[in-house]
Design a protein around this ligand. Structure first.
Ligand SMILES: [Zn+2]
Length: 154
């Protein structure tokens, strides 16, 4: 069962922003931060939306890599056509078609990656999580090694 929002007005504003307040100036943020702290429903929604953002950017990153890999494989097998003389034209045609499809797929994946990065707070969110992880890792480094660890990890 879903709990009710404690302040429907603030909740509606937050939901229209997909619960992303990273773009608002810090002094205007306090009310919304307070609501996210006190309201279970909005906090859960915020987590859901950030998970969606991360999944979307993960999928597009994965498909970019997959298409790059496909292009590399096609590029690698293409010279085979030279000794398959009978299949020459046909093979070349197939290789070109595959290459075109892979290149198109790569372009689409790149475009969707940029779209996700621009329209969602995913980059900010991921950077924040990465920094928090780095801090945790740094705290785990034994005392004697800490002097050698990079200091610029804030
Ligand atoms: Zn709420």
């Amino acid at each position: 069962m879903m709990t009710e929002c404690t302040d429907q007005v603030v909740g509606d504003i937050l939901s229209s922003w997909r619960y992303d307040i990273s773009g608002i100036s810090p002094d205007m943020r306090t009310d919304y931060e307070g609501h996210l702290q006190s309201c279970d429903r909005c906090r859960r929604r915020q987590r859901l939306h950030r998970t969606i953002d991360v999944v979307l950017i993960g999928i597009s990153t994965f498909s970019i890599l997959a298409f790059i890999f496909a292009l590399a494989v096609i590029h690698h097998i293409e010279p085979l056509r030279n000794w398959a003389l009978v299949m020459h034209l046909e093979h070349r045609y197939v290789a070109l078609t595959l290459k075109g499809a892979a290149a198109l797929g790569l372009l689409v994946s790149l475009a969707s990656w940029i779209l996700v990065a621009v329209t969602t707070p995913a980059p900010v969110y991921i950077t924040g999580v990465a920094l928090a992880q780095a801090r945790v890792l740094q705290e785990r480094i034994p005392e004697e090694f800490r002097g050698r660890a990079p200091r610029n990890v804030a």
